[in-house]
Design a protein around this ligand. Structure first.
Ligand code: ADP
Ligand code: MG
Length: 481
């Protein structure tokens, strides 16, 4: 592809270079497709056409500025890495707005255009692109596939999630019943919202009569933007409005995305008016989702709002028992208790830890023991260790009882000071891994027996005085969070 070649020769050489590049590119495409999934790939990456190579840089063309910017930020690094892995001489990828390199087209190859990176696509080409994008859009499924593992059978029910579970079951049995439309599920990360939505979807599609569309709010937005880009918003709307059940996961993503919210609002109304079921999840209740339009929040709160609370120790044990049983690897009860005690944040992490233990046991053919657990999960457990310092404990406790921080280490023995000091020692023992002598030193060089006495005294008082116990528990919770 140099200026010295001309006419037919130039085209011929360009073609053979292109053949080689095409082979590499098709391999890269297969990998990308596997990495990002079919929908993502078709929506964004399939629009890429390869341009010329210049030194260590290859140009990739995208039909619009929007697409180019999107692909650059989302996939730029990955594209460079993949090209470099295929062809080590290529170190950089340049993304630009432009039509496919003409030599790649079977017809209409034009020598004088070889290697040019003309940014302005011809009008006919735009129409073609739009038509192509449009048919792509309608060809693949509107919704994301349902995960077959997330069913009602595999969902472990306990106090924190029983209400949400019951509501989900109810919707799966009788969609669009008054009072349950929309169903709004909310709760923290990894507590089972997505699991319940998929369970509803699987249950409903099992009969084959009900059409269900499940997608994250994020995907909803991308699809909407893609529809605008391909001038096919009408099709997009129609597709959405033709489903029996629409489920949108993680709605909080739409905060600040006004146009998408608007579109969702209209879809929502059209579906509910037509007697279809909507299921939505978010990390907060409708009233706490500030940043969503008021009218949308109001409508979201009109059906059934069900929250999933943080897990309890009992629920965590049940979940672990169920997952351990399903794996077929025997896991001793004390290991399950240890995990349920240590990993309290969410079910996803709990599950991850158990999966790792099980994989390890399978791989090495060794039984799961408490020692092995501590070893295998070393990093996870460390991250979950409470990192409260004695100073923090002293500060919080002093604030709570309105005494001076210096009194934590002073020699004053008045009860108004001595009792909070004992509580702080007790909490230091409970929440840190410091030894008794270490704790004593932080409290004005007191002896370890003083700390021991404080721990015993506070424990005893907590048993006798429930108001006091509540105070201490409250402090503990504040320090732990
Ligand atoms: P969320 O959508 O609320 O962030 P997910 O539904 O993705 O959480 O749940 C995270 C993981 O924890 C999933 O693998 C899910 O199967 C599992 N999980 C959550 N709650 C339960 C439960 N009650 N019983 C069984 N598995 C659960
Ligand atoms: Mg989720």
């Amino acid at each position: 592809m140099t200026g010295e070649l001309s006419g037919y020769d130039a085209v011929a050489e360009a073609r053979s270079v292109r053949n080689v590049l095409d082979i590499h590119w098709s391999r890269i495409c297969s990998r990308l497709q596997a990495e990002v999934g079919e929908v993502e790939y078709r929506t964004w990456l399939k629009q890429i056409s390869i341009g010329p190579v210049d030194g260590d840089e290859i140009t990739l063309n995208l039909p619009t500025r929007f697409l180019r910017d999107w692909v650059r930020t989302q996939y730029g690094d990955r594209l460079s890495a993949l090209w470099n892995a295929e062809l080590p001489s290529i170190r950089r990828v340049e993304l630009q707005v432009g039509r496919p390199d003409p030599v790649a087209e079977p017809e209409g190859a034009a020598g004088d255009e070889v290697g040019s990176a003309d940014a302005a696509p011809a009008a006919g080409a735009v129409d073609e692109r739009v038509a192509e994008a449009r048919s792509e859009l309608s060809r693949h499924d509107l919704a994301a596939p349902l995960d077959p593992r997330f069913t009602f059978d595999t969902f472990v029910v306990g106090k924190p999630n029983e209400f949400a579970y019951a509501c989900a079951r109810r919707v799966a049995e009788r969609p669009s019943s008054p009072g349950f439309n929309p169903l709004f599920l909310y709760g923290g990360v990894g507590l089972g919202k997505t699991h319940l939505m998929h369970a509803i979807g699987s249950e409903l599609t099992r009969g084959g009569k009900v059409s269900v569309a499940y997608m994250s709010a994020e995907k909803f937005m991308y699809r909407f933007i893609a529809a605008i880009r391909s001038q096919s918003t009408m099709e997009f709307k129609e597709q959405l409005r033709s489903v029996d059940v629409l489920m949108i996961d993680d709605l909080q993503f739409l905060i600040g995305k006004d146009n998408t919210q608007e579109e969702f609002f209209h879809t929502f109304n059209a579906l509910v008016d037509a007697g279809r079921q909507i299921v939505v999840s978010a990390d907060k209740s409708p009233s706490d989702l500030s940043g969503l339009e008021d009218r949308l929040r109001t409508r979201l709160g009109c059906g059934m709002v069900a929250d999933i609370h943080a897990t309890t120790f009992e629920l965590r044990i049940s979940i672990l028992e169920s997952k351990a049983a399903a794996s077929g690897v025997p896991v001793p009860a004390k290991v399950l208790e240890f995990l349920a005690h240590k990993i309290t944040s969410n079910v996803r992490e709990l599950e991850g830890a158990l999966n790792r233990l099980i994989a390890h046991a399978n791989l090495f053919g060794r039984p799961v023991t408490l020692e092995a657990t501590q070893d295998v999960l070393h990093d996870i457990l460390k991250a979950h260790d409470r990192r409260v310092t004695i100073e923090e404990i002293q500060r919080k406790v002093a604030e709570h009882w309105n005494i001076r921080l210096t009194d934590m280490s002073s020699a004053r023995r008045a009860r108004a000071v001595a009792r909070p000091r004992q509580v702080a020692m007790y909490l230091a023992k409970q929440l840190t891994s410091r030894s008794l002598p270490e704790i004593g030193r932080k409290f004005g060089n007191r002896d370890h027996t003083t700390v021991m006495h404080a721990v015993a005294r506070v424990t005893e008082l907590m048993e006798r005085d429930s108001a006091f116990a509540e105070d201490v528990e409250l402090l503990r919770r504040m320090l732990e969070s």
